[in-house]
Design a protein around this ligand. Sequence first.
Ligand SMILES: Cc1cc2nc3c(=O)[nH]c(=O)nc-3n(C[C@H](O)[C@H](O)[C@H](O)COP(=O)(O)OP(=O)(O)OC[C@H]3O[C@@H](n4cnc5c(N)ncnc54)[C@H](O)[C@@H]3O)c2cc1C
Length: 419
Amino acid sequence: MQNTYDVIVTGAGAAGLAAAVEAARAGASVLVLEKNHVPGRKILSTGAGKCNFSNASVTPARYHPPAAAFLKKTFAALPPAGVTAFFEGLGLLWVKEADGRLFPRSMRAQDVVGALSNELAFRGGRIQTLTEVTALTPGGGGFSVEACKVAPQWEKKAGRGEKFLLGARRVVLAAGGPCYPQIGGSASGAALLRALGHAVSALVPVIAPLRSGETFLKELDGVRAPVALRLMLDGEPLAESAGELLFTAYGVSGPAVLDLSRAAVTAMKDYKVYLEADFFPELTEKKLYALLEKRAALFAGRPLRHFACGLLNEKLIKAAALRCGLGWDAPIGPGLDGLAAMLKAFPVSVKGSLGFEDAMVTAGGCSLAEIDPATFASRLVPGLYVAGELLDLDGDSGGYNLHLAWTSGILAGRAAAKE
Ligand SMILES: Cc1cc2nc3c(=O)[nH]c(=O)nc-3n(C[C@H](O)[C@H](O)[C@H](O)COP(=O)(O)OP(=O)(O)OC[C@H]3O[C@@H](n4cnc5c(N)ncnc54)[C@H](O)[C@@H]3O)c2cc1C
């Protein structure tokens, strides 16, 4: 077949670009097919445009469902420090934040995509954008790759181009998951895998804002606060996080919520769960009550809203006070013990998570039993490699998902070029 490459990579995302760079460095002819109009579109949106590309504490325990045996072999083949070394080799300076999250020193996700794309071009690899892979057919010691030209996402009415075929000795499938379809997320990789006979478990949105039916949310829409957050079941914490909590009209979001969302989504299948926000994590309830009492003496005879100003975001303390039955305009009186308890454990019911449109990561995907953990080669289809979010493996928030995408992509690209 004309137009045959050593390696065709499906998807110019994090895993696909890393695979393409490593395969091209090893001397393979490499073509990356990407349906978006630019490579690395999702990378550009990560870490709010700053790209939290890894974490200093990567361990198998950070990944779900538990896959310690699989990841032990993966991290033996490419230890976590191999990922930072990979980026240093691309010329990217990086920094570690106090909580262990790694970012490019420039704090620009664009530099991560740029460093990968520049290296790929320098090594002779090509990226063909606005091209969607529609079928992968093994045969003749390689693959026939069926693809078609597609219009950019904003041209909603444009049709697809004619289908055409390319040849590949090896294929790296790195098409990601369906999260954020507005920037290219799609389940097409899962469909390609199923068509090749791979077992793909149900795709579920995780690391997502949570929905709640609370009426007070209308008043709190847009309010942010640093909190300690607990996911509760029957009065017992199931999981805890700390960081910013963002109230929205539909529910809650922000890093503290995203950290708990996977546990919430999983527990919600069987139990009724709720969140408890602690707005004063640095104080015990007793100390907070003492602080409120002291403040009440200072504001004696004055309305609660005067007492509240400067204590916490006014909308938050008003919501907490109303939930304790305290009048906002009434003079401060008894009930401050209840207010202290409410500010230490402000309950928010959880009704579900937002869907793929707002979720950052997909759980579920290609069965790990069918993948070699050191090369990411398919155990079912010779010459096929599967990398990134398409695998049935998702990480905690904090750089772990991108770390897995780079790791699996690097190992797959190296192995595909060698085979
Ligand atoms: C808003 C947001 C913020 C995030 N922030 C972080 C963060 O800071 N740190 C972190 O670790 N993780 C973060 N994540 C998660 C992280 O971005 C993903 O886990 C990671 O990008 C997965 O890499 P991937 O290569 O598997 O998939 P992707 O990066 O999604 O790449 C897949 C590519 O394949 C293309 N594609 C799909 N199907 C086809 C097809 N049939 N033909 C051709 N091309 C196709 C897609 O257009 C896409 O470009 C964030 C996610 C989102 C949505």
